[in-house]
Design a protein around this ligand. Structure first.
Ligand SMILES: CC(C)(COP(=O)(O)OP(=O)(O)OC[C@H]1O[C@@H](n2cnc3c(N)ncnc32)[C@H](O)[C@@H]1OP(=O)(O)O)[C@@H](O)C(=O)NCCC(=O)NCCS
Length: 162
């Protein structure tokens, strides 16, 4: 199995990433309703290409991870937050998610961060297992924070030093 090639996203990746986001949508990880046309672009002022890493297999984008700032405050600038991670269904279980997460941690380190945090839904067992295996610990839980398709779901806050 070839290793995924991880690189910084480019503006031209927008369309491929919009499709990837759409086809991977599920209440397992999403708190927004399923996207409907006309679809929003993947990149925005808040989420720029340079803050996104993509994973390629056979020159096809099969996953992405987005690294952002939790707030715009200078006093909070030593923290980076993972604000999106998804791997195409047909590429899962091959180490792509782990490679993206490790690359994001390396990028956070390169940018001088002291800590990386994230939020994950309580019922998202695959993502929670991945984060825990890469050194993230649960630092807080907001019980029943979201009501998704009629079910109340916890929001789990996780973090680790970089
Ligand atoms: C979570 C996700 C990114 C994992 O991507 P992936 O490429 O399949 O993950 P990897 O192959 O790198 O697996 C890494 C680890 O994740 C965990 N994992 C992955 N799939 C799992 C599953 N179905 N059940 C339990 N654990 C799982 C395991 O700990 C695995 O390590 P192992 O292979 O040594 O057992 C992917 O399932 C996904 O895109 N899910 C939908 C989007 C999402 O939930 N994003 C997270 C939002 S917070």
């Amino acid at each position: 199995m070839p290793d995924p090639y991880i690189r910084t996203a480019l503006p031209d990746d927008d369309e491929e990433l919009t499709v990837l986001d759409r086809v991977t949508w599920s209440y397992l990880h999403a708190v927004m309703p399923e996207p409907q046309p006309p679809y929003d672009p993947f990149f925005s002022r808040r989420h720029a290409p340079e803050d996104t890493l993509v994973a390629e297999l056979d020159r096809r984008i099969v996953g992405y991870i987005r690294l952002g700032l939790p707030t715009p405050l200078a006093s909070n600038a030593h923290v980076r937050q993972i604000q999106g991670l998804a791997v195409h269904d047909d590429a899962r279980g091959r180490g792509v998610g782990r490679a993206l997460l490790r690359a994001a941690l390396e990028e956070a380190r390169r940018r001088g961060a002291r800590r990386v945090t994230l939020r994950v839904l309580g019922h998202n067992t695959p993502a929670r297992a991945l984060y825990e295996s890469e050194g993230f610990a649960v630092e807080g839980v907001l019980p029943e924070e979201f009501c998704l398709d009629g079910t109340y779901v916890d929001d789990v806050f996780m973090g680790r030093p970089v």
